[in-house]
Design a protein around this ligand. Sequence first.
Ligand SMILES: NC(=O)c1ccc[n+]([C@@H]2O[C@H](COP(=O)([O-])OP(=O)(O)OC[C@H]3O[C@@H](n4cnc5c(N)ncnc54)[C@H](OP(=O)(O)O)[C@@H]3O)[C@@H](O)[C@H]2O)c1
Length: 502
Amino acid sequence: MSDIHSFRQAVETFIATRGWTPTRFGRTIAGDPLFVFDLREGREPRSETRARILKAMQDFADAGAEAPLRIGVAGLGNVGATLVRIIQKDGAELTRKLGRRIAVTAICARSRSRDRGIDASDVEWFDDPVALAKWDGIDLFVELIGGEDGPALAAVKAALEIGRPVVTANKALLARHGVELAKLAEETGAQLGFEAAVAGGIPVIKTLREGLGTAKIERVYGIMNGTCNYILTRMGNEGIGFAECLADAQRLGYAEADPTFDVGGFDTAHKLAILASLCFGCEIAPDEIFVEGITTISQADIKVAGDLGYKIKLLGIAQRSADGIDQRVHPTLVPKSSSIAGVDGVLNAVTLVTDHVSELLLAGPGAGGPPTASSVLSDILDIARGTRVPPLGVPSAELTPYVQAPMRAHEGGYYIRLNAKDVPGAFAAIASRMGAAGISLESVIQRPDLRVDDPAADGTATRTVVLLTHSTMEQAVRDALAKIASDGFIAGTPQMIRIEQL
Ligand SMILES: NC(=O)c1ccc[n+]([C@@H]2O[C@H](COP(=O)([O-])OP(=O)(O)OC[C@H]3O[C@@H](n4cnc5c(N)ncnc54)[C@H](OP(=O)(O)O)[C@@H]3O)[C@@H](O)[C@H]2O)c1
């Protein structure tokens, strides 16, 4: 065999065994992206060039005992671009930790031309995330596109189907398809990491999957949406209204242009559904959650709650009960003295109530490029080290069907704000309906500064009244409020906020 022939064969074998493209070989080894094409065209490299390339191939093969973990990243937005930057910047530190280099070898986004502050010179570009997920030049696929279906789902499935590990930060995808994806991963032996999908930078998934041994979780609750926490905190600290706080959150990039998903409580519900599955070993049920957002919270609510020793937080709460699993997301009065009340601004927190370790509070940044990318990276490192855990904590075949406990069976204290018509007998009628429903009132507050403007349709003046109940059944409160409304002594819809003595 001639020199040039054996050289050509060595190059082709080198490319084929690594699943590389000729362009990548050209860039990484030859320093000329078109090198292999020229070679195939019959152009013969000079003998010095051949020697240089054979040496580079040999050096590469020698280092191959520690071949890099090759990562493909689909989605180069807030989280994806930050992840690539961290891997490129902290390469040496990562290699030291892992004993192996991590290399981003492929990327994908919609726009090729956008400057993302990353070095894409030695990285394959893909327009199609599914093609990237299946490409032989990566060992691990990272999905940071977002969305519960569409390209994110297609690409994650494509990678898992060929047994390729996947890391994602996509809570919507996990909430909707988590069980199906966990099954697929188990069937093909692929790992599936989604630490960043719940509470951004807080390592709650790892804690649940690996950190608690056999501890039995009785309850999980937390603040899982930074936008809502930012709005409620500012309303409390600065006495300003919901709309103004939301506008600021949008200006600062904490809230989306369409904030419904956040302020309506649905984002929290997705995260809660994932946590509940890991805590209680049940299937993920994002649609079977009682959800109330924070849009009806007024300054009066925040103020009177504060005067009574409470803060208002949007909590996601899941607990096991005799009737099934109670999953709910709603604004909640929490005592100012509780740990969760101290979690303010854009921070998130998750509390796990367990039999062995009592209460465990994990708090930290719940979103943002660096915290979220850091959680993605922690999954990548775990997978690179060979850590194997069923995606949902237990094999998916052992997940129990989700049985939703009826919300109306909920028992606790209630904050009720209503606008009573300023007519004789109104207060007596309200108190009597509460008494008849077996509801014991802890306080009745009526102050001029708590006024929420809500005049009756018939023009009668109203007074804002706040009632605080002792622990009672939700059904009793709802029934009493329905009767009070039908008596015609109130205007508008009463505000009802649950109280949790945490
Ligand atoms: N941001 C956070 O703080 C945070 C926190 C926790 C979890 N997450 C989750 O992390 C994921 C990414 O969030 P993000 O904030 O980084 O989103 P983002 O800034 O909107 O970035 C999305 C990226 O996906 C790319 N993309 C969209 N459609 C695509 C398609 N069809 N093909 C290829 N690429 C496509 C976009 O390309 P272009 O750039 O070209 O438009 C963009 O680079 C989401 O699942 C999100 O829920 C985010």
